[in-house]
Design a protein. Structure first.
Length: 148
């Protein structure tokens, strides 16, 4: 064996991803609506009509709070079927004389993506390269020449 060498290559990369942002999570209902919400909400969410808008409703969530939800355009909330429905089926009537405006507050909740740096290691180990030199055989052939 004349020569031998071993090659090894290692790559190291560190990736860090992080972001923080505040977005409104939900619109809260006034206490008059949340007082009706059970805590815990039960097997199926309780949906309550919005007293000032036929095109929206409140959904009771964990903690006895109510979250404002909107029906698709032109539909009204049907309190009997608990779905957004055609106005003729929903039978929503709002009396402006007996209702006061429902204040709706928006609660921003910070969204934090906590990340830990990921250690990415690529290791490539090559097999040893062995150079072996074998001498070629030397062949001596002797032929007798005839004597004349």
């Amino acid at each position: 064996m004349v020569g031998s060498r071993l090659l090894k290559h290692t790559t190291l990369a560190v990736v860090i991803l992080a972001s923080v942002q505040c977005v409104p999570l939900f619109n809260q209902a006034p206490p008059a609506v949340t007082d009706v919400c059970p805590d815990p909400p039960g097997q199926y969410p309780l949906l309550l009509p919005n007293p000032v808008d036929c095109g929206s409703f409140f959904m009771c969530i964990l903690g006895g709070e109510a979250v404002l939800q909107y029906c698709p355009a032109t539909l009204h909330f049907n309190k009997d079927l608990q779905v957004c429905d055609y106005p003729a089926n929903a039978h929503c009537v709002i009396s402006n004389s007996t209702l006061s405006p429902v204040p709706i507050t928006t609660t921003p909740i910070p969204i934090v993506n906590n990340t830990t740096p990921a250690l990415i290691v690529n290791t490539t180990t090559l097999s040893p390269i062995v150079n072996t030199t074998t001498p070629a055989p030397i062949v001596n052939i002797t032929t007798l020449a005839p004597i004349v």
